[in-house]
Design a protein around this ligand. Structure first.
Ligand code: ADP
Ligand code: XUL
Length: 530
């Protein structure tokens, strides 16, 4: 065991395309980072961008054993890099939100008796009643959504209770579908975890509680009472309360790490596991978001989120419990066509790299000469729409753009959607507003320039694009200090502040203000009628 004062903290993030690990020291410096990419490192599972699209094109899943094997590999890579696991005082983590894992009867016994001579993958091979876990990209549960809204007294009533109207990817609707389609498997399910609490369960060697913040993305939790809504549980599936366990605050200490990790990797037996949470809430922690800031995450999904104190759920976007402050909240909007759509346009424009992509974009000017596009390769969440729709400066539909215009159009339209929907949530860009950017594409300054111009606000970044992982390392530290009454902000006050990445150009507001309005008008033409 390491000497006092020289402790480290581990954050793990299991996202759509990869699992990442990050270690920080007592001074909040990042001292180790590694990752495992699902498609490249575990090709035997045959995923594309981390997922499998089923034949109906709506059902999107990931084999749960891929995630287990990826964890084995992540820890092996840390060991190969000579990481001294004994210095870890605590760990926490996050997962892609909404996805669900179905533990088979007897699985908790297996978790409690893991022996270090076998890999996690070998031990847990037959511990799951549903082998393919539904993930956040799934949009196959429209019927279940309408049913849940009906039982709750309408979409707004459901939003008033759970923070969101019914969304296809939200876990309650996914569970309802599993129960309907695979009743035997549902019956044999002893416990249902979110992706976050599933990973926590492995580290703990015992079923881990779902935390309030990630639990808010299920359409099942009363976000003010911080408990399951019996009305919503009843509408989704029988015996659900027992299968979910009670939710807990996001800073809870769940217990000490399983002896399995002590023996196999040399963790201290005193290393504590702090509740895991969703990747967006974890990013809020990693960026140390403050009230008044707007966060934009450019990962597989693009999201926009804000810190709020007074939750007023509407039919747009979501309200989640805040992961770092009790009785505070966060508002979130999710866009499904994020990085993968930018990648497609990059590849089709003949650019072999992101440099080529941004070079093409820079051959056009802000506002794109009036050309505006909508790029929904897969059924979008915000708004509900699909397909590619291009309009010229006269608002006439056109079938193609030049490659340069196309590249700018995708980046501009994604930024315009973020501003338009943030404003629909009641958010105003004011003097002094900071946009904090994170996620894989936030390393691209040209994409950030468009974001700054569309929001007419400076964009800041932190040293790492993996803010979810960093946020979990911070939360691991704070979890231990929270029991002494320490606030999250105080726990991490020594961390480096976000740095200015780009300022908006002077004529940004004049160019983009009218385009935001035009974007909203044209969007009406491409939206699915509902
Ligand atoms: P997730 O956590 O959802 O798995 P990340 O936040 O790690 O995803 O982001 C991964 C994405 O980042 C990739 O799909 C890729 O498109 C994008 N990306 C990485 N580097 C760049 C870049 N320089 N410019 C634009 N996008 C990038
Ligand atoms: C948020 C959402 C996505 C996932 C992906 O509601 O669905 O951002 O968390 O990681």
């Amino acid at each position: 065991m390491a000497a006092g004062g020289d402790w480290w903290y581990l954050g793990v993030d299991l996202s759509t395309q990869q699992v990442k690990g990050m270690v920080i020291d007592d001074n909040l410096n990042v001292i180790h980072e590694t990752n495992v990419k699902f498609d490249d490192d575990l090709p035997e599972f045959g995923t594309q961008n981390g997922v499998q699209v089923q034949s109906d094109k709506l059902t999107i899943t990931t084999p749960v054993l891929l995630w287990v094997k990826a964890l084995d590999l992540l820890l092996e890579r840390m060991k190969a890099a000579n990481l001294d696991f004994s210095k870890l005082k605590s760990l926490s983590g996050s997962g892609q939100q909404h996805g669900s894992v179905y533990w088979k009867e007897g699985a908790n016994q297996t978790l409690k008796n893991m022996t270090a001579d076998r890999s996690l993958h070998q031990i847990l091979e037959s511990s799951f009643s549903v082998k393919d876990s539904p993930v956040w990209m799934d949009s196959s549960t429209t019927e279940e959504c309408r049913q849940l809204e009906k039982c709750a007294g309408g979409p707004q009533k459901l939003a008033d209770i759970t923070g969101s109207r019914a969304y296809e990817r939200f876990t309650g609707n996914q569970i309802a579908k599993i129960n309907k389609k695979y009743p035997e498997e549902y019956k044999k399910t002893e416990r249902i975890s979110l992706v976050s609490s599933f990973v926590a369960s492995i580290f703990l060697g015992n079923y881990a509680a779902i935390d309030y913040s990630d639990g808010s993305g299920m359409n099942l939790m009363d976000i003010r009472a911080h408990e399951w809504s019996q009305q919503c549980l009843n509408a989704c599936a029988p015996g659900l309360k027992e299968k979910l366990g009670d939710p807990l605050p996001s800073h809870s200490i769940l217990g000490s790490i399983s002896p399995y990790f002590v023996k196999r990797f040399g963790f201290s037996s005193e290393c504590k596991v702090i509740a895991f949470t969703g990747d967006n809430p974890a990013s809020l922690a990693g960026m140390r978001l403050q009230q008044g800031d707007i966060a934009v995450s450019l990962g597989t999904s693009d999201t926009v989120f804000l810190w709020i104190e007074d939750p007023r759920p509407t039919l747009q976007g979501h309200i989640f419990c805040n992961p770092v402050k009790s009785n505070a909240y966060m508002a979130l909007i999710c866009f499904k066509n994020g990085s993968l759509t930018r990648e497609r346009i990059r590849d089709e424009s003949g650019s072999v790299s992101w440099d080529g992509f941004t070079k093409a974009m820079k051959a056009t000017s802000p506002g794109n000469d009036g050309n505006l596009g909508f790029y929904f390769d897969v059924m979008e969440i915000t708004p509900s729409a699909i397909g590619v729709h291009r309009f010229n400066g006269q608002n006439c539909k056109v079938s193609e753009f030049s490659k340069e215009i196309e590249v700018r159009a995708v980046v501009e339209s994604q930024a315009l959607a973020k501003r338009a929907y943030a404003e629909k949530l009641g958010y105003k860009v004011l003097k002094g507003t900071r946009v904090l950017a994170t996620g894989g594409a936030s390393t691209n300054l040209d994409i950030l320039q468009v974001l700054a111009d569309v929001f007419n606000a400076p964009v800041y970044t932190i040293d790492t694009a993996n803010s979810a992982c960093l946020g979990c390392a911070y939360r691991a530290k704070h979890g231990l200090e929270a029991v002494l009454g320490q606030s999250f902000a105080n726990s991490v006050k020594m961390a480096a502040s976000p740095k200015l990445a780009v300022n908006p150009i002077c004529e940004a507001d004049k160019i983009y203000c009218p385009i935001v309005a035009r974007y909203q008008e044209l969007e009406k033409l491409v939206r699915n009628r509902s």
